[in-house]
Design a protein around this ligand. Sequence first.
Ligand SMILES: [Zn+2]
Length: 455
Amino acid sequence: MRIHHPRRVAAVAAATAAVAALAVTVPVAANGTTTDNTNAARHAIVGGKARNVILLIGDGMGDSEITIARNYQVGAAGRLAMDTLPLTGEYTTYALNQETGKPDYVTDSAASGTGWATGTKTYNGAISVDLRGKPKATILELAKKAGYRTGNVTTAEVQDATPAVLESHVVSRDCKGPVATTAKCAVNAKENGGAGSISEQEVAARADVLLGGGAAYFGETITAGRFAGRTVLESAKRSGYQTAGTAAELARISPHSKDPVLGTFAPNNMDLEWTGPTPTKTGTAATTCQVNTARTASQPHLSTMASKALQILDTRSKHAKKGFFLQIEGASIDKQDHAANPCGQIGETVEFDRSVQLALAYQAKHRDTLVVVTADHGHTSQIVEGPTEGVTATLTTHDGAPMTISYATAPITGSQQHTGTEVRIAAKGPQAANVLGITNQTDLNTTMRRALGIR
Ligand SMILES: [Zn+2]
């Protein structure tokens, strides 16, 4: 006799409904419910080269941050788009101590980014330089050199660590514009014969698409060289860039033009998607998140920028021998985790997940695309039973159940800490099997280079 367990049936139905709502192409079986997944897994293992690589980085998006967003948005038995990639592993993220060369177990986004972008472990704060400050070639630079189209998209300042590691090399992540570079990265400063600030190097790198915040640094004045006395933005315009400062301007940029696109939509980081309760020592009443009505309407969402970047790169590479490399970062998952803002963090994760959905939809039509979804390090937020030694807030999830989230690595007025945990790495497409098991963050660099056939 067959026994139907009502709760399990309901859970499976809920998972199916959530996946259907997201319109992803992966069979529900890939989520491991009741069917034998052996064949689906076998089919997901594809060797050979990829025409395109789309790398999606959820900054600070550890397993805990993913679980929090999933519970809230689609329920405990639901699946986010990022949960549907067929091959999943975990990778280690540690940095190195600059003096001793020993592991520094908790990485920042700079050392972490240098790891996946260049394949070299380095110290916290380093932007694609090794322990001695020597520049290391990045996956974006190598891809561009090999004839691929390239793109770099973030919700942070485009000079922030994750986008910066792809297109610049400085000894400190603080050297975003010429002013800070003179003060903190003398060896990189233009007036000392260096390549200049992160902003200047990004302009020189000429990726097809660079989108995010950080307009403030492009207003700073260049200290030496061909564009001395001009702002970084003027130097970009004079060297052939198309620029956009609003979502409307971005929409008007033709994907057919060959000129590089620089879109900066906020002076610093872009506005948040959601708002919600501030955690307290004694917790909060259960509540829900709200759309951030204070968000600047002219700013594009991450998924809007991701969609435009994909359109431009796809169009430009359509009749070419080589495809493209595109990085898309959900940056403020990390920043709102630092700020102990649960709804801020979840809203950014959900918007990041929409970008994952776009990448998977593209991959469904272009099977020779490798999609990788991962994080750069873990973070503070934890799902807990009730009030902790830190601060907590309670949210009512998609399940209609309370979920208490704790931040306990800094006072509410301070900045919550990164953690040294390994984080999820999931992939689909050629070379995806190389994320399986436990790998090192630097291995992702090898996987992407192998996929694109570049050394
Ligand atoms: Zn951080």
